[in-house]
Design a protein around this ligand. Structure first.
Ligand code: G6P
Length: 499
């Protein structure tokens, strides 16, 4: 059974629901002006949960791209006549509304210029570095901002056209921060939630954004704003006071002259832990894990990093720490690091520069410490299916999750979900959302190379009993707070905000 099919069965009885809404109907007369649709639950996310593939007859097929979000929301979508609005990832006009994998989908089209200015520009070269502690310098261009406004408007229009009277609209992530207000201006009848999957920066950093007030006001079109960590929600509330001169009371903001209250709070996201564990327990996956260790010549210690190739992930810091440990011989002679770095945002300059730096560092380490027939770093610039990832997690002794800044980091949660054997240790950056929850990890400041090295050595040499105790506590946490609970708690809170 597919992970998604399994998911739908599993959630019986604790299924997340959108708050009660008006009848799903074509047309209608709800307040607020604007068009009407027939969907009582509308997900608005940067990406569609499917990838376009050209079939041999020259037509288009859609293959599910099972991300965490669709796994969480699929049961709600099915139950509540839901629709998912997103971009297909290609240039060109939007595909009309279509069904794929049993879900109603609506594409938003982006032109070549919009991909350059909105996606590669404002989303990934302005907001992404700004919201991740300016690890890479953000660029501010007025043309990119204009594209951001106009693409946000296209998403908002699509949401307005699909939402039934009284519907729930759930908008996701930094690419779409203006959508809540744009929808509210046309549809005061709908309930609007927004979830930010990445960090929300401290005000001293956020204040650099020339359009900070517009972004805050855009977000405040929502009834409920969800963040990964309490610190992110607190940063947002401070931005409301400082950038927009608004009054906040606890977790609430008085959003406008009508004194509408908007709540901002933490809802840490998770994964479908049970489905992933089921994959890890499969015989073929366990066999593959053994094959991986064999192919690496049965190392005494296997270290693993799995990341998108992104400068926020701290891959260079990790490689440098590892290189020094090899030099000092502190991990013994039979140690291997497998670093999976999946290709990402390859047309954005900072990502191209990072790839060069990472690849140079990997070859320097291998040049210095490899022997004929064995290399200390296995670098894989590829993406893998879930089965292969599960096998890698299972084969590992020490997992390295050491981002410089990360909203949550689901790799850490995936790793512990796969370790039903209760073996393996986790070195985890304190600058991830996951660090708030996974107290069984060896927590590190990835900027502190000596501290990072010590934590790797401790994680590699800890007694089996202590490793097991730590793993057990992390697994309990992830099992009890999975992605279905995340969606349910957000939607419940959204239902309560507007009574
Ligand atoms: C992060 C963001 C997502 C984004 C993903 C991949 O996880 O929170 O919103 O979709 O990265 O990035 P991409 O630019 O390929 O959509």
């Amino acid at each position: 059974m597919s992970p998604m099919g399994k998911m739908a069965d599993d959630v019986e009885g604790r299924r997340s629901r959108p708050p009660d809404s008006g009848t799903a109907a074509d047309g209608g007369t709800a307040a607020g002006g604007g068009a009407r649709g027939r969907h009582s639950f509308v997900v608005v996310a940067s990406r569609l949960p499917v990838d376009r593939i050209e079939n041999p007859e020259g037509g288009t097929d859609w293959r599910p791209s099972p991300g965490g979000l669709v796994t969480a929301l699929e049961p709600v979508m099915r139950e509540a006549a839901g629709v998912w609005i997103g971009w297909s990832g290609d240039a060109g006009p939007a595909p009309g509304p279509f069904r794929a994998n049993g879900l109603d989908l609506v594409g938003v089209g982006l032109s070549v210029d919009q991909i350059r200015d909105y996606y590669e520009g404002f989303c990934n070269a302005t907001l992404w570095p700004l919201y991740h502690d300016v690890i890479s310098p953000p660029q501010f261009h007025r043309r990119w901002w204009d594209a951001y406004v106009s693409v946000n408007r296209s998403f908002a229009q699509a949401a307005v056209a699909q939402a039934a009277p009284g519907a729930t609209v759930w908008v996701h992530d930094y690419q779409l921060q203006l959508v809540p207000r744009m929808v509210r201006e046309q549809r005061s009848d709908v309930r609007i939630g927004f979830f930010n999957h990445i960090p929300f920066p401290g005000y001293e950093i956020f204040a650099q954004l020339p359009w900070r007030r517009q972004v805050v006001e855009g977000l405040l079109g929502a009834d409920l704003l969800g963040f990964q960590r309490r610190a992110d929600a607190a940063n947002f509330l401070r931005a409301c006071r400082r950038a927009a001169g608004l009054v906040t009371r606890g977790s609430a903001v008085l959003a406008d002259r009508s004194c509408r209250e908007v709540r901002a709070a933490a809802f840490p996201i998770s994964i479908d832990s049970a489905a992933l564990e089921e994959i890890a327990r499969r015989e073929d996956v366990r066999k593959r894990a053994a094959e991986i260790r064999l192919a690496l010549d049965q190392p005494d210690t296997l270290l693993l990093g799995i990341d998108r190739l992104d400068y926020t992930k701290g891959i260079l810091h990790r490689l440098n720490a590892y290189g020094e440990l090899l030099n000092e011989g502190r991990l013994g002679p039979r140690v291997v690091l497998v670093q999976v770095a999946s290709p990402s945002r390859e047309r954005v300059e900072a990502y191209q520069a990072l790839r060069e730096d990472v690849e140079q560092t990997v070859s320097r380490i291998n040049g210095e410490y490899a022997e004929v027939g064995s290399s200390p770093v296995h670098y894989l610039h590829q993406s893998y299916p879930r089965e292969e990832m599960a096998a890698l997690y299972l084969a590992t002794d020490v997992m390295l999750v050491t981002p410089l800044r990360d909203g949550m980091n689901l790799v850490a949660k995936e790793y512990v979900s796969c370790r039903y054997d209760e073996n393996g240790t986790l070195v985890l950056s304190e600058f991830t959302g996951a660090a708030d929850e996974l107290s069984g990890a060896f927590l590190v400041n990835p900027h502190d190379i000596e501290g990072l090295k010590d934590a790797i050595v401790r994680a590699a040499t800890v007694s089996p009993a202590e490793a097991r105790r730590r793993m057990r506590s992390m697994r309990k946490r992830v099992r009890e707070h999975d992605v279905v609970d995340w969606a349910a708690s957000f939607l419940d809170a959204l239902g309560r905000v507007r009574g």
